[in-house]
Design a binder for this molecule. Sequence first.
Ligand SMILES: NC(=O)c1ccc[n+]([C@@H]2O[C@H](COP(=O)([O-])OP(=O)(O)OC[C@H]3O[C@@H](n4cnc5c(N)ncnc54)[C@H](O)[C@@H]3O)[C@@H](O)[C@H]2O)c1
Length: 325
Amino acid sequence: MWLSSVLVPLLRLYLCGVKVLFYQMFNRSFTLPVLPKQNGRVAIVTGGTRGMGFETARHLASLGMHVIIAGNEREEGTEAVRKIHEEGGKGKAEFVFVDLTSLKSVRQFAQTFRDRGLPLHVLVNNAGTMLVPERQTEDGFEFHFCLNYLGHFLLTNLLLDVLKKSGKQGCCSRIINMSSATHYAGVIDMEDLNRRICYSSHGAYSQSKLALVLFTYFLQEQLTAGGFAVTVNAVDPGMVDTALYNNLWSLAQALKKPVAKTLFRTPAEGASISIYAAAAAEMEGVGGCYLYNGVKTQSSDLSYDSELQVKLWKKSCELVGLQKA
Ligand SMILES: NC(=O)c1ccc[n+]([C@@H]2O[C@H](COP(=O)([O-])OP(=O)(O)OC[C@H]3O[C@@H](n4cnc5c(N)ncnc54)[C@H](O)[C@@H]3O)[C@@H](O)[C@H]2O)c1
């Protein structure tokens, strides 16, 4: 049991990491095209207080957007807003508290946003954590599963009506789900989504990132079938030097430092894939893609399993108390 539930996910995840680093050794980060101005458009970026989320928020604000940085770190959030305003771009930024590990907090955030009557053109589901020791959220969910996936699943569903109203044919609203190459190592155990039987932080992280891709494809199908002007894409930033790696074991931390300096991408480079999905003219009306290094890329075979997509959607609705589609 330990071998298949702990060691195998660990090896699969590190293998993914090695493959990505090998790619990054020979390929530079893609360059963003010139992006159209986004004046009057509104975006929410979860986890926009630092790392790639901050770079995404900063860039979207520089294009003229009103960016709401949604996060659970008030001081970091205030500082992020200050930095963005200091740059004197055309857009504006503000920080609003949300703790994605709490369904109550997600509901409060969505309600407060809806009460303001603002439109919503871009939702970047970016916040995340990696390799945390076994831990449960206040609602009893496994930590990665809730923060990386389920909290965003609920948030997106609660904001979907606003996104649908804000999107127009030829100018769709856009949802961006931050996945990762680790999703290729992911498996989903529908009977044990919270990983109670035999916990592996590596397996839990990969599962959450695969769940985001399954969610992306299923949601895009629903939106297309309903004729709504909303697109949803999953993005993969490569390996990026951020605080995400703070939970690595000390030996892995020590090994990572020199590698990160030479082979990891900067937060700004990593964020470019989210920015591209959120604002590029080339992405108008394009949804249901897994984007890596600026191009549509094949995701894992499992992510295209339509039965699994439906099962996960239904189970997620049940877990967060939403009506099933
Ligand atoms: N760094 C990489 O190599 C890499 C690779 C692939 C995917 N990703 C994904 O990119 C995303 C951004 O990560 P990053 O690398 O910039 O790391 P980061 O640690 O710098 O940023 C994570 C963000 O999530 C926020 N966050 C954490 N817990 C939260 C909570 N409970 N509620 C709300 N917000 C919370 C943090 O405050 C922070 O703003 C994550 O989803 C991560 O899984 C990162």
